[in-house]
Design a protein. Sequence first.
Length: 106
Amino acid sequence: MGSIISKLQTWVGLLVPIVFALCLLVFLWGLVIFIAKSGDETERKEGKQKMLWGIIALFVAVSIWGITNFIGTTLDIDKGVTPGAPGIPGSGGTSLMGPPNPYNIQ
């Protein structure tokens, strides 16, 4: 059972950045269509729709990611390595300031 959960965590950890990238790609593609076809009203409308759906998808992805992290933290579930923002302490990312200071020396 533990190996199934571990494999699932690995797959989800790999899929999260891919989903965010796809959402951003949809938004940017809509932006390109909106700018490139600015003379044609129907094409501009299509570009606006793609941008809107890209923003909605990003919002949903970030919301689901935040809710699952909140539930995991609340229930004290060991998440292993969580993808996070680099350099932001507590986000799961690697620090840009070097290794942690074990003696808390300033």
